[in-house]
Design a protein around this ligand. Structure first.
Ligand code: PRP
Ligand code: URA
Length: 208
């Protein structure tokens, strides 16, 4: 599936501040949450609505609601957890699973160290969240693990993606729709996105 780049002047504006190396931890975290709101909004466009009857102070009426329990968001630790705040602002009852992967600095291959999902994950709409999609290794591995667990409906939200990672994810998992806020130019020789924003985990957690 071709990736969807979510376009909006506010996203461009917030990305400009997010990318700036002078932006500090507090603002960086807030911007990650805010941009995640936009991505979540777009990814939920096809959410199933159920008709309910409610009563306003004026009259009875029919309204439509989403079953928030149908959705599980899965951050890839660490940087993905920085996006949880934005997700739960939009979907306060969303279940959260966690996948711990790190990228081996020499081979650039993801190594798994944590995996914990809510019960019944196989029947949920699962949305993996990670601000950076670089080589695509972490995202692909996370999706593979979820599929091994029987998950059928998977989407992927990333803030900045590299063309190389998008191509790989499309090849390996063509059924997964990726949403991103930016598609950057290329990866450098150590697997960083150019121009990117540097190391997202370090900037979110202040470990630079
Ligand atoms: C970053 C990012 C992704 C991964 C992307 O995490 O959050 O998980 O790199 O790179 P890839 O597409 O080439 O796999 P990192 O491994 O730096 O760990 P961190 O979140 O703990 O900083
Ligand atoms: N992970 C990051 O945090 N930044 C990059 O540019 C690539 C991978």
């Amino acid at each position: 599936m071709k990736p969807i780049k979510v376009e909006h002047p506010l996203i461009e504006h917030k990305l400009a501040i997010l990318r700036d190396k002078k932006t500090g931890t507090k603002e960086f975290r807030e911007l990650i949450s805010e941009i995640t709101l936009f991505l979540c909004y777009e990814a939920m466009k096809d959410a199933k609505l159920t008709e309910v009857e409610i009563e306003t102070p004026v009259a009875k009426t029919k309204a439509h609601v989403i079953d928030e329990n149908d959705y599980v968001f899965v951050p890839i630790i660490r940087a993905g957890t920085g996006m949880i705040d934005g997700i739960v602002t939009m979907i306060p009852n969303a279940k959260i699973g966690h996948i711990g992967l790190y990228r081996d600095e020499k081979t650039l291959k993801p190594v798994r160290y944590y995996y914990k999902m809510p019960k019944g994950i196989e029947n949920k709409q699962v949305i993996v969240i990670d601000p950076m999609l670089a080589t695509g290794g972490s995202g692909i591995d996370a999706i593979t693990l979820l599929k091994e667990d029987g998950v059928k409906n998977i989407k992927f939200l990333s803030i900045i993606a590299a063309p190389e990672g998008l191509m790989r994810i499309e090849e390996v998992h063509p059924d997964v729709q990726v949403y991103c806020a930016a598609i950057d130019d290329h990866l450098n020789d150590v697997g960083y996105i150019v121009p990117g924003l540097g190391d997202a985990g370090d900037r979110i957690f202040g470990t630079v």
